[in-house]
Design a binder for this molecule. Sequence first.
Ligand code: NAP
Length: 673
Amino acid sequence: MLESWVLGEWTRGGGDGREYADAVTGETMGHLSTAGIDMEAVVRFGRETGGTTLRSFTFHERAAMLKEVGKLLLSDEVKSPLYAASTRTGATAADSWIDIDGGASVLLTYASKGRKELPNARVALDGEPEILARDGSFLAAHILTPRTGVAVQINAFNFPVWGMLEKFAPAFLAGMPSIVKPASSTAFLTANAVRVILESGILPEGSLQLLCGSTGDLFNHLDGQDNVSFTGSADTARLLRADETIVRNAVRFNAEADSLNAAVLADSAGPETAEFDLFVAEVVKEMTTKAGQKCTAIRRAMVPERHLAAATEAIEAALADVTVGNPAAEGVDMGTLASVDQRAEVERAVAALSTAADAVGGSWDFVDIDAERSAVMAPVLLRAADANASVLHEAEAFGPVATVMGYKSVDHAIKLVAAGRGSLVASVYGADPSEVAPLVEGIAAQHGRVLVVDSTMAAASTGHGSPLPHLVHGGPGRAGGGEEMGGIRGVEHHMQRTAVQGSPDMLTAITGELMPGSTITETKGHPFKLRFEDLDVGDSITTEPRVVTLEDIAHFAEFTGDTFYAHMDEEAAKRSPIFGGLVAHGYLVLSFAAGLFVWPDEGPVLANYGLDRLRFATPTYPGDEIHVVLTCKRKTLLAGRGYGEVSWSARVLNQNGELAAVYDILTMVAADS
Ligand code: NAP
């Protein structure tokens, strides 16, 4: 009996349970059951033990833990046994690489994004503050805080490791504990990965629980702070979305369902072009990687009618080179499906598709495998008699199956793509922007991701079927209507966005970032002399003034070569509706500002690494006197590096108190830790 990890221990479910088998040999491996597990206690343990601990860490601390787990999964001692177990799901080594190494890389990407794009704090600021009163005494900021419930994550069978980690990483980074429910047929591999992760001791208790078997009455215990993220068939998504508790308690529900993804060959990408070859290679790759059991795989290959025969023949020829059989055997390119039941489902879908399309291609000799007992299946390429037949856009064969169909025009291609009623991804093959751009515009709303392939990027392309943690994964309509990953967007799904209104000082205290109008404190010495720990948000210095002369402007123009008329030609500058006379270069103002506020000696400020949000607000005229108010705006400790990032608000003002320039200066400041 495959055990579940709940309430801090490995727990065996009761009863006979459900059988699971080796996809290659057909031999029974064990059973799964969650009978007897108290789901209410599991939810409570997640919320109270996992959630409370997770929320006590900052985003950066959680990111560091994700990085450790990612590195652990990539170590040889951990990977080898996982790869061995993965073979029993029917996966080749290349398929396992996508699942296991791909899953680890999601963790590493989230770790890196967490450190770079989120603060080293427990509250994140979302966007710019909104000033709500003329005198600036009342404003609002949107903040993001972790939801206080559990993230229930239900996964499909096809990527037992990646599927778990792509949901776990953003939830964990946000500060939400996960309850993972893998699909029964391949849960043993997920359980192996979870065991290794837990044994490392990296994760806080309660932050990850695993249910091997049914979710039982888990849903009955969910409320408005919980999330359910589902990946699987459209039918199950429909059922779960309509669950009474989900609806009644407004539980946040995200679905990634099935999808009939299209690849579209542009009319200009005929058989003699590189894009034609790339299209053919990608269709074959998508049919055979993971034996076509990818939610993103190409199911519908659309080609201009005049290229239909050539494209079908080329795909058929390339498929003939694919070796199918035991995923562990030498030279095998495509392994088996995940289970015999799954093969029966795919065969049913092929039968449905065959009412509107004919199978093309020969037969396969399977290598080193029992065709009956195992879940092996030959690739099936179909050629549509009529591309408009609805079954071609409705029946999903979740295996090594694709249908080639002809289209008459760009508009027709757009209509055919849309007949899939929403997909995760489409790819377009063509080098002529005048043809490709309208096609992409026409199909974008039907998709979460569109890949455009031409010869200039093909070598670097990550391919049609690879969802990337940086990019949105999900799609409208049939694809589930959900969205996962997408970098920090996926983290935000696990947080509550709250508009907090109040005074500038109060919002500065809540967000940890200097709000406009907040009280600033003139430091005794120069704030650039303070180490990271000694600096406070709001610490400020007002510099001495400096007059900007006509000579300065002329010198700067000659010195830099920036002889734009507004700095050189008085008559022309007078005609300008913006300047009305000669003005100083914006960069001269910035340079003088730096000269005013910089502290010259060696000190805690190690480097200035850029400017953000620079605006030149009012022109600076010859004779104007400028000074700078420099205030510590935000601090982010980069733990373990010996320095932190400090962002400074710089306001350059003229003698009338008008804003000449405003920007944030980004510095690295020495820290004790
Ligand atoms: P499925 O039958 O819908 O099962 C998906 C998951 O839901 C499994 O973990 C399953 O557990 C669980 N489940 C089923 N009924 C449930 C219920 N009443 N309550 C709670 N959980 C329930 O789909 P599948 O056959 O495993 O996966 C294949 C499908 O997934 C394909 O249609 C494919 O397109 C889709 N898919 C989509 C994506 C995506 O990202 N959009 C990714 C991969 C796959 P058991 O296994 O224990 O029944």
